[in-house]
Write a protein that binds this ligand. Structure first.
Ligand code: NAP
Length: 311
């Protein structure tokens, strides 16, 4: 019979590794299952300025590796393997991955979210040929070129600021005339010099040959169409939670976010949800990390009550 872990954490982002750190430090056998590389979305963020303790900011990947090492110092293990199905209802949970099946008495769901697509014709096939969902991953391919960023949230403006340092010109295309992003970004955006705001505009069409050559946008107020020539389009229009595998087992809201309150407890005993896949008002590295600590606290409670009672 294979080992039954005390805790399996699905997803190695800040929420997952904080849960792993606290659980391992509480002497619970802990395994983190991560699809690709630690860090989740944080791992592909250029600079994190709003995680406390780093007065100069810190690279997202660097912070991810430090979180992983912090959890490993107390004995947490990591397996790089994609989870393909879960059975979370019984007292011993089954987590099937491409590398085999793992068992645990508790599971922390920490698989985050992925970028939403615009849903335009050609978008899928142009991925890697002018369409990108990650400025810090792909920005360097557009050095001294012209790019457009679509969206008005924190991801979009962080992408614009990052790209404005690399590219000749950056268009920010937003469907309203006001950004959703934190006000702190406004001043640096205005100072950037090579950023042009395209307000009230929706991208109607991607223009392309072998690669992207531009976008056609429609002004929602005037109805006017405009072609914007560019070499790349960075899509930053929000995220979709990675909760497909959980459907039918864990309670989700209409958008697919896991319903778990501040305790991180889901509807299933022994199953906890942390970070961006949980329904919550603010999705940040620090709130994901906070969730991880809270989950471990209630996992300890679960072991001292439910598991003890069941033997
Ligand atoms: P978000 O805050 O949900 O913003 C999505 C943006 O895309 C909104 O401006 C929205 O427009 C626009 N949008 C949505 N669907 C669209 C469509 N079909 N066509 C055109 N535009 C569309 O998502 P996010 O920026 O990815 O951020 C996700 C979470 O991560 C947030 O909680 C955010 O605060 C956090 N985050 C924080 C930081 C940071 O603090 N440094 C950095 C990155 C992300 P409307 O405004 O009109 O709805």
């Amino acid at each position: 019979m294979s080992q039954i872990y005390d805790v399996i954490v699905i997803g190695g982002g800040p929420g997952g590794y904080t849960a792993a750190l606290y659980a391992a430090r509480a002497n619970l056998s802990t395994l983190v299952l991560e699809k690709l590389t630690p860090g989740g979305q944080m791992g592909t963020t250029d600079v994190i300025d709003n995680y406390p303790g780093f007065p100069e900011g810190i690279g997202g990947f660097e912070l991810a590796m430090q979180m992983k090492q912090g959890a490993e110092r107390f004995g947490a293990k990591t397996e790089l393997s994609e989870v393909i199905s879960v059975e979370l209802k019984g007292p011993v949970k089954q987590v099937r991955t491409q590398g085999g099946t793992y068992q645990a008495r508790t599971v922390v769901l920490a698989s985050g979210a992925h970028p939403r697509e615009l849903g335009l014709p050609g978008e899928g096939e142009l991925r890697g040929r002018g369409v990108s969902y990650c400025a810090t991953c792909d920005g360097m391919f557009y050095r001294n070129k012209t790019v457009a960023v679509v969206g008005g949230g924190n991801t979009a403006v962080a992408d614009v600021l990052y790209l404005s340092r690399l590219c000749q010109k950056v268009y920010l295309i937003h469907r309203r005339d006001e950004l959703r992003a934190s006000k702190v970004y406004l001043d640096p955006l205005q100072k950037a010099g090579n950023v042009e705001f395209v307000w009230d505009s929706q991208v109607q069409e991607l223009l392309y040959g072998e690669t992207v050559t531009g976008v056609r946008v429609k002004n929602k107020k005037t109805g006017q169409l405009r072609e914007i020539p560019c070499d790349g389009v960075f899509v930053a229009v929000g995220h979709i939670p990675n909760t497909e595998l959980l459907r039918g087992q864990v309670e989700l809201d209409e958008a697919g976010y896991v319903l778990a309150g501040e305790t991180t407890k889901t509807n299933l005993p022994g199953v906890f949800a942390v970070g961006d896949l949980r329904k919550k008002p603010l999705r940040q590295v620090v709130t994901a990390a906070s969730d991880g600590a809270v989950a471990a606290h209630f996992i300890e409670e679960y072991f001292s009550t439910t598991v003890k009672e069941n033997g």
